[in-house]
Design a protein around this ligand. Structure first.
Ligand code: CMC
Length: 428
């Protein structure tokens, strides 16, 4: 027999079913709450609210676990590739060799971006933030691919997803090339996804191009680690927009904007800016730790804390190792990396951070790797977006295939009760 919970309100008893999970939080199905009791729930920031049932990824904040379709992130990061992870998230299972080959072949088919998109790109000043440019270009894809996605057709959904996966790295690389005033590179379909992205970012027309496998491997791992994170702010944004049956590209464009914020993906940029600021200020770590703890000070230790992880962020552990590997193999010594390690050490032993369970998150070390690879700070969140794309698409697809209704929260109104309009001469 399945569980239920009882609610007592104004002398009456109401019963609501408990929705079972495979692992982790169960939910109370309150879909009849308002019609039966006249009440709604109030949960600002959705800290306790499950918005959907999902099979894509799972995270346990207390144990610091993250699974993609059931596979632990540590295994995936060690053994898989980003392309395989894209397939896994979208299709639900790891691909056979034949399925993987077909998936790659289809992505290559769509990798050309319309020349007219370049006019749009050139309309942006070089000072434009790459995330703003990326969001605009992603939205503009709709104009160049107006064919609406029929969600009842598996073929249609797959085509739209593949098209976006194929063109998005080109758009990401182009935002970078715009920033540096470099000629735009095209996709080279002889290469795999990550090598291809690498050459679109860094190849110069004037010289031979050598791909450093240490860098390619680090990029692949970073993309894997960012690929999905269940109902996070940007994925929920993609679904919110998509729930109105707006197209996939428009929905993902909104997701890019949500990711941009410093409390979400923008934290990787904010971490480097913070480390630079601390270094230039003389490197007194305790001063900045004290500022982060001070309620009257807006400063927060960027790259620390997470809405769900209250123990450690498993992605941060893998990234820290990748970070050490990259710096050792490339023979780079970086003052900000030293500072980051010291800051982590101080914070992890500080009562405030221990009590509030604030640990380094995925963004604490990722920016240091991007910096070591020569990627400008403002591009860091674009790198996050490229990684998160398969997750956004998988979440969008699941929501549409489940035929979920338009997302439309309610509110507890605390404004003025009804009152009559006053002519301007009577106002005080
Ligand atoms: N530095 C100092 N204090 C903090 C920090 C921090 N980084 N994060 C949380 N706190 C404090 C906060 O002041 C609050 O204190 P109190 O209970 O006294 O009011 C308590 O910890 C709980 O914080 P919260 O803001 O209510 O928690 P949240 O779940 O709403 O926010 C967070 C989570 C990630 C937005 C927040 O920890 C934060 O702002 N971190 C810094 C930004 C950051 O690194 N973001 C990247 C998140 S991981 C990548 C991603 O998934 O996008």
């Amino acid at each position: 027999m399945s569980d239920s919970v009882k609610l007592y309100y104004q002398g009456k008893e109401y019963e609501f079913p408990v929705v079972e999970s495979t692992i982790g939080d169960k939910g109370i199905d309150i879909s009849k709450l308002r019609s039966e009791t006249g009440l709604i729930t109030l949960d600002v920031g959705f800290k306790n609210t499950g918005a959907t049932k999902s099979k894509i990824s799972y995270l346990d904040g207390d144990l610091g676990q993250l699974y993609y379709r059931g596979y632990p992130i540590e295994q995936i990061a060690e053994k898989s590739t980003f392309v395989e992870v894209m397939y896994l998230l979208l299709e639900g299972e790891l691909p056979t060799q034949a399925q993987l080959d077909e998936f790659k072949h289809n992505m290559n088919k769509y990798s050309l971006v319309s020349e007219e998109m370049k006019h749009l790109l050139k309309g942006f000043p070089r000072s434009a933030h790459p995330m703003g440019v990326l969001s605009s270009l992603t939205s503009a894809l709709t104009a160049f691919n107006p064919h609406a996605v029929n969600v009842k057709s598996e073929e249609d959904v797959r085509r739209a997803a593949t098209l976006l996966l194929a063109k998005f790295p080109v758009l990401c690389a182009w935002t970078y090339r715009l920033k540096l005033g470099l000629p735009l590179n095209y996709s080279d379909n002889r290469l795999d996804y990550v090598h291809n992205f690498y050459q679109m970012m860094f190849r110069f027309p004037t010289e031979d191009f050598h791909m450093d496998e240490v860098v390619v491997d680090a990029l692949d791992k970073l993309l894997i680690l960012h690929a999905d994170h269940e109902q996070n702010c940007s994925a929920s944004t993609v679904k919110m927009v998509g729930s109105a049956h707006s197209g996939l590209f428009a929905s993902v464009s909104a997701g890019v904007s949500a990711l941009w914020g410093p409390l979400h993906g923008g934290a990787n940029q904010a971490v480097i800016e913070m480390l630079e600021m601390i270094r230039k200020d003389g490197g007194d770590l305790q001063k900045w730790i004290d500022k982060a703890k001070n309620k009257n000070d807006d400063f927060r230790l960027m790259g620390f804390g997470h809405r769900v992880y209250r123990n450690f962020d498993p992605r941060a552990r893998v990234i820290k190792k990748v970070c050490d590997d990259v710096f050792n193999k490339l023979g780079i010594h970086d003052e900000e990396l030293d500072l980051a390690k010291k800051l982590e050490e101080v914070a992890l032993h500080d009562d405030y951070f221990i009590e509030k369970k604030l640990y380094p998150n995925v963004d604490f070390y990722s920016g240091l790797i991007y910096k070591a690879l020569g990627i400008p700070t403002e591009m860091f969140t674009v790198m996050f977006a490229l990684g998160r794309l398969p997750g956004w698409i998988a979440q969008w697809k699941e929501m549409r295939l489940n035929n979920e209704p338009i997302n439309r929260p309610r509110q507890v109104y605390i404004g003025s009760p009804k009152r009559d309009y006053a002519p301007i001469k009577d106002r005080k």
